[in-house]
Design a protein around this ligand. Structure first.
Ligand SMILES: Cc1cc2nc3c(=O)[nH]c(=O)nc-3n(C[C@H](O)[C@H](O)[C@H](O)COP(=O)(O)O)c2cc1C
Length: 306
């Protein structure tokens, strides 16, 4: 299956605890070309776990629906993918998560140690779902085991429609900077679309890395978490060479509206409020106040008084 042509080259990265349906709808409103759910456990999907099912809600603005799964048991991954294939167009296999609780079950970035297993999973997912299967990887395990090109080729040969590369090793976590030279090499080695990821935190960085690496799409994580308006800034910058500063409060109130529609739990809303106020004047004092809030009305009051 061919990866679709997207309306924008900027994709919202899957982020656990961040990319809930309301946040994804907001990113789409600002022009994200594609939005992935946060990673969901294949075991939990198979067990029909309610909290996990909530993570797979989508907004009508998500014209192409993309979900990310993680797991270690191949049969369970296939079963979960079959269930998700009823609602999603794209299923992404997480091979990049460095969290201990994921690694210890042999899932996420632990799979990078066994590229042939990634190949086997991808092949099975393609066969079982007839959907677009994508894979998200890191540059390698550590500086001595950089294997993104190899893993990406295995995924391509197994039938993946695109590969996302976060240019950091598992060992690096989020330290240092993403290796865009390696991302470029992955792009040059594959025939399917490559999505570059790591440290894109401004429209300028977006344009520069896109041109330098030649990747097909770019995925944005942390910068979108604190400024979802970045998707609009990127499209303005690409079209006109200029872009406006974000109105963080407007973005947040927009998020609140969507969060209400989708019954997003209060703690998630608070978490977003705290992230959104990064970079605004006296943000840290406001964040301390917000962290003590117990309900939406008191959160709104603080924000309205800004
Ligand atoms: C809070 C948070 C949660 C994340 N959750 C996921 C996840 O569920 N699945 C995944 O593949 N990557 C996850 N990531 C990694 C991002 O998708 C992305 O690869 C990483 O942040 C690098 O991109 P950036 O520099 O644009 O942030 C997460 C990152 C953050 C900061």
């Amino acid at each position: 299956m061919k990866f679709p042509k997207l309306s924008s080259k900027a994709i919202l990265a899957p982020m656990a605890g961040v990319t809930d349906v309301a946040f994804r709808a907001l990113a789409r409103k600002y022009g994200a070309g594609l939005t992935y759910t946060e990673f969901v456990s294949s075991a939990a999907i198979v067990r029909n776990n309610k909290t996990t099912k909530r993570m797979t809600l989508t907004d009508p603005s998500e014209k192409i629906k993309a979900v990310q799964i993680f797991g270690n048991n191949q049969d369970e991954l296939v079963q979960a993918a079959k269930i998700l294939a009823k609602d999603f167009d794209i299923i992404d296999l997480n091979c990049g998560c460095p969290a201990y609780k994921v690694l210890k079950i042999g899932a996420g970035s632990e799979l990078l140690k066994k590229p042939e297993i990634i190949g086997s999973i991808v092949e099975k997912l393609v066969k079982a779902t007839n959907k677009i299967i994508t894979v998200k990887i890191r540059s390698g395990i550590d500086e001595k085991h950089i294997n993104a090109i190899k893993v990406a080729k295995v995924a391509e040969n197994a039938g993946a429609s695109a590969v996302t590369v976060h240019g950091r090793t598992v060992k690096q976590g989020y330290s240092n900077t993403a290796d865009w030279d390696l991302i470029k090499k992955v792009k040059e080695s594959l025939n399917i679309p490559v999505i570059g990821n790591g440290d894109i935190n401004s429209p300028e960085a977006f344009k520069e890395k896109l041109e330098e690496s030649g990747v097909d799409y770019m995925m944005i994580g942390r910068a979108a978490m604190i400024n979802p308006y970045i998707f609009k800034q990127i499209s303005d910058y690409i079209k006109t060479g200029k872009y406006k500063s974000p109105d963080k409060l407007e973005s947040f109130f927009e998020y609140m509206k969507l969060a209400k529609k989708y019954n997003i739990p209060y703690n998630s809303i608070k978490h977003h409020a705290i992230k959104f106020t990064k970079g605004i004047d006296s943000g840290s004092a406001i964040r301390i106040k917000m962290s003590q809030c117990k309900d939406i009305d008191s959160l709104k009051k603080i924000l309205k008084n800004l």
